[in-house]
Design a protein. Structure first.
Length: 147
């Protein structure tokens, strides 16, 4: 999918940390996004994933999801994280994935606001998993405005 390649490239170009973390978009279905990261570039002194890396992949998952949704709608936007709440659940000893989604009804409510050129705050939940177990829960609020 061309839009996925564009967002993957934008991640690496505009957010260099994403490349250092090894973040890759694994799947975008239109209603949800899954990105993955290997343990090796994200390891800490205990041999598990660094908490900052886990937080970063969650932020990037939400950012990437909104970029993809707006790209599908042919909207050029600026997206930034406004605030976030995170809960670290388990240590991470392998590759990890972040997943987020947005109900289509919510998106249908958001779209006209963006098309009218208005700024909006969009809450997203992101869960991070390792070996099928939830290791982090993230609630972020993103500010999205037309570019």
């Amino acid at each position: 999918m061309e839009i996925i390649s564009k967002v993957q490239n934008a991640l690496y170009k505009h957010i260099p940390l994403a490349k250092h973390l090894g973040v890759k978009i694994e799947q975008f279905t239109g209603s949800d996004l899954t990105i993955l990261a290997p343990l090796e570039p994200n390891i800490n002194d205990k041999g598990t994933a660094f908490g900052g890396s886990l937080y970063s992949i969650a932020v990037l998952c939400g950012w990437g999801f909104l970029q993809l949704k707006c790209g599908e709608a042919k909207l050029k936007v600026e997206t930034v994280i406004h605030k976030a709440q995170v809960k670290y659940i388990l240590p991470v000893s392998g590759a990890f994935i972040a997943k987020t989604s947005l109900d289509e009804k919510e998106w249908i409510d958001i779209l006209p606001i963006l098309r009218e050129g208005q700024k909006i705050r969009i809450p997203l939940n992101v869960d991070v998993f390792c070996e099928g177990k939830k290791v982090l829960s993230f609630i972020g609020k993103y500010v999205v405005e037309p570019a």
